[in-house]
Each structure stands twice: as structure tokens, then as C-alpha cells.
Design a protein around this ligand. Sequence first.
Ligand SMILES: [Zn+2]
Ligand SMILES: [Zn+2]
Length: 351
Amino acid sequence: MIMFCLLCDSEEKLYDGLCKSCFLKEFEALKIPEYTTFTVCSHCGATLKKNKWQQVGYFDDEIINDAIQKNIEVNPKLEDVDIYTEITNNRGTVYECIIHVNGNVINTEISKEYPIEVKVEKGVCPDCSKFHSGYYEAVIQLRADDRKLRDDEIKEADEFIANEIQRLCKTNKLAYVTERIVLKEGIDYQVGSYNAAHKIVVNLQKQFGGIITESRKIVGHDKSRSKDLYRSWVLLRLPSFNKNDFIEYEDKVIKIEKIGSHKFSGINLDTYTAESISWKEYDNIKKVAQIDDIKKTTITNITPNEIQVLDPDNYDTVDLKKFDVMDKLNIGAEIDVIKINNRLYLLMNEE
Ligand SMILES: [Zn+2]
Ligand SMILES: [Zn+2]
């Protein structure tokens, strides 16, 4: 029985009723839709890739290629398939593309081109929707112990937190401050991400010293993940004292000289030796005087073991133990003194 090509009547070996040349001409390497889409967050430009929002390292070509690949079907008869897409034109939210397909069918190399449109759909990623709804996981509470925050501390903390947010938001979409609230007792910063809030407070403490405490409360329930939702309060209590203030600790009087992240240090005025104290001990410390309480007086006599000065309040003479650091003092010289618990201490200002 002689068979003829259904299209051109030529008489030869047929493939699905067609001669080889007609078969190859009619062969559809791909089944493609009229257009395909991808979704972009209209706030931050994140794109949806395989049901996950991607922020970085995902560029137009790749997004479009993925959008096309997920919507085409390759003819199963085609072997050694190689597909690549080319953007030929971009009109606003529409990309015109060509899909180039190479492959092998009935032992013949073929290459075909198919036009397709890729449309951008606007969406809102979950992080942006959290931001716009005012969602926050944590509150940074900035406070000072037994005193009000000073204006310069507030200004410095505001700048510090703004810089930290700038740095952290590059990798954490929830690193934002939804609200800064001025309260009688201090400042509250509502932060989208607990991790960001925690990091910021740890760094803030390194800068300002003080004590960090945290607490959290259940504020809801995420049914889809059957997880409780928490909000955390990360409190930084700045110390009651500043540099140059006087504190009492274990019956010692100490003039604070340095406030660090792990400890603070100063001069023990009973021995004129250096003293450093861990923040863990903070609650055992009492501020007893500050720089304004320093007074000037005159040295009236020096003996090998004692220094005599006038009490600046009543001009009584007071004999104080002489330490090596006082070797250079002279009779008649002016000197700073501080009175704590009715006792005078000489202040050596060389430090
Ligand atoms: Zn034919
Ligand atoms: Zn977004």
C-alpha cells in the first residue's frame, strides 16, 4: 500500500501521516500560553520565586526566564532539549520575549522560536505588609535609673538606633522602627524584628553601659503555623551615674572614670588605687555625689603621713591620711575635695 503525505502528497516514509519536511515544519516543540506573569512587591521590589519571596540576587533575566519555564510544556517527542529566552522589548509592565528551542526529533536537529509576553503583577510581600500594618515583634525600652534621660543621651541613642536599623535592614526586612514613643520614664522604640531589637540593644549597651533585661508576652496565635506569637520588651537601664560621679560599693567610695560594656572603673578614694566593677554588681551600687558637689579648699599643712586641709563648709582643719600620689602637693596650694557621708576626700586631678 502506497502512502502519501497528507499535506503535500509526496510519497515517502511518513511520520504521523506527514513527510519528513512537512512533519518538521508542523512540529510544535513547545506548548505555550499567550502570556505568563511574575509577581513583584510594589513596596520593596522583592519577587516571588517558587512561592517564596526573594529579596536579593534575583535579576530580571532570571525572573523572566523562571516565569516562562514554569508555564511551558515541551513536546515529549523532542530530545536533547535546550531552551533559552531572550527579552526583545520592555513596555512598562510587559516584557516581549522570544523562546529559542533546540532539540532533536526524528533524528533531525531542529531549532524553533516562539514569542511570548511576560507581565509583571504587583503584589505586597509579607514583610512589607507587616511594616504597613504597623506590626512589631519587640519594643526597645531606653531608661535611666533614678533619673531622667539626658537630652544628649536621647539624641545619641536616636542616632545610634537609626544607624543600626540602616545596617540591619539590608538583610532583615523587619528591621524597622514603626514608632518612637516619648514617655515620662524614657523612650520606647517599636521594632519589627525581635532579632534586630536584641542586636541593637546589645550594641547600645556597649556604647552606653547599663543593664539589659528582657521579658515577653504572648500577643496572639498564628493558626497557619500553630505557633504562639510573642512580643518582647528589651529594656536597657542606663546607669544612675555618669563618668566623674561618685559611687559607694562595698563600703568603698569610688570616683567613676570609665564606663565600658562589661564593667566600669574608677579610683577608690579610700586607697587611691584603681577599681573595676562588673555590671552584674550594678544593683549593689549607690550614687553618692556628682561633679557639682566638688569643692575647692586650701592645704594648710603636710606631714610625712598626713595632709591637713580646711573643711570648705565650716573652715575647720581636717587631717587626712597622705598617700604616695600626694607627694607633689604643697602647703598653701588649692585642691579639689568632695564630702561624702560627712567625710572629706582629696581629689587628685592628674588622671
Ligand atoms: Zn509533505
Ligand atoms: Zn516587600
